[in-house]
Design a protein around this ligand. Structure first.
Ligand code: UTP
Ligand code: MN
Length: 347
């Protein structure tokens, strides 16, 4: 097996970027199953301390199928992969990627616009037959700002703002960062916060109050409040649901601070979730991610432990009971696992 010609290779491709392009393309083509396989492989590569130098180094890695390894081999030999190049130059892929980069535009809408012959934002915005919904309107309005990564410093500044709003309503409530930042990432596409309220019912009133406060402070640019649809009697579910049933809101807020644009603020996407106290540990685990980690953990629980895990609860099929948990540690203990630190949940 030949050595990788490092000088000629875009190292990022060997860190999984090429596989992510394939995954993304499959998603756009309506093949989520195969897409997931490539996402897994990409995430395994990204979790390595260094990009693999030789194909043999990938032999014993999990989740790397023949397909993925063939692509790594091609890149290692030729410096690029023809299939990946083909996709990157494909008009459909490029357009779908562009359109679905807008907040509120999913693959269905992106495809619809592509099939109508639209290729640019300008064409979409000037097409009289297209009616954007509120989310998409905000997505276009703040496109530049919200497609820029959010830094950890900005996330911490936002935490103070959210904390101030939350505790002004419920002094004994607390706010924690979840999502990628909790896993130690330095940048994110948004900032995710979970709110812990001490008394039953407060989880339903806190978010509208925070939204009201942001409005009065003139820092609210967009908000979508989703009221709780949580009902323990409807659990457990076998199907993996991307959405959970807790009260939550998807926001765009103004973060003050000197910008390259010359403005003294930027728009940032912020997600808040407020679970009932007895569901807090499950919600925290679910919102910390990564999405692939959650999937794998669920699968492990089901296949290895006969338990059903989701964002809300852990259900033991052997005893037909829900297992209660005050902390994430409790959940891992129920699953017979050692505690997995958030920074270890990236792959
Ligand atoms: P994100 O999409 O914010 O991902 O969801 P992330 O890992 O923080 O990555 P970046 O840096 O923002 O791109 C964070 C977690 O929140 C859960 C997802 O399952 C994911 O694990 N989540 C998100 C929900 O449970 N429900 C939602 O409605 C949204
Ligand atoms: Mn996030």
């Amino acid at each position: 097996m030949m050595e990788l010609k490092n000088s000629r290779i875009d190292k990022k491709e060997l860190r999984g970027d090429a596989l992510e392009v394939l995954a993304e393309n499959l998603e756009f083509c309506g093949n989520p199953g195969l897409s997931l396989a490539f996402r897994r492989a990409a995430s395994v590569l990204k979790s390595l301390p260094d990009a693999p130098r030789r194909l043999e180094e990938t032999q014993h890695l999990p989740c790397l199928g023949e397909h993925s390894r063939a692509i790594i081999e091609e890149i290692s030999e030729y410096g690029s992969c023809s299939r990946v190049e083909e996709i990157l130059n494909d008009e459909r892929y490029r357009t779908m990627k562009l359109f679905s980069s807008v907040f509120g535009v999913g693959p269905k809408t992106a495809e619809n616009w592509f099939c109508r012959g639209l290729r640019t934002f300008e064409q979409v915005l000037n097409d009289p037959s297209i009616r954007l919904n509120r989310m998409q309107t905000a997505g276009f309005l703040f496109y530049e700002d919200i497609s820029k990564p959010v830094s950890r410093t900005e996330a911490i500044a936002l935490k103070i703002i959210v904390e101030e709003a939350v505790t002004s309503v419920i002094p004994s409530a607390s706010v924690s960062i979840t999502g990628g930042f909790r896993r130690g990432k330095e940048f994110g596409h948004d900032v995710d916060f979970i709110i812990k309220t001490p008394e039953a019912g407060q989880e339903d009133s806190i978010l509208p109050a925070v939204i009201e406060r942001f409005k009065r402070q003139s820092i609210l640019l967009y908000s979508d409040l989703q009221e709780s649809t949580f009902d323990l009697r409807q659990l457990p579910t076998h199907r993996f649901e991307a959405m959970d049933h807790f009260s939550k809101c998807f926001l765009i807020v103004k973060l003050k601070g000197e910008q390259e644009t010359g403005r003294d603020w930027r728009a940032v996407r912020v997600d808040l979730v407020a679970p009932p106290l007895e569901r807090y540990a499950y919600a925290l685990l679910g919102w910390t991610g990564s999405m692939l980690f959650e999937r794998d953990l669920r699968r492990f629980a089901r296949l290895e432990r006969g338990k059903l895990l989701d964002h809300h609860a852990l259900y033991d099929k052997a005893t037909n009971t829900f297992l209660s948990a005050n902390t994430e540690e409790d959940i891992f203990t129920h699953l017979g696992l050692e505690y997995i630190e958030p920074w270890q949940r990236n792959a």
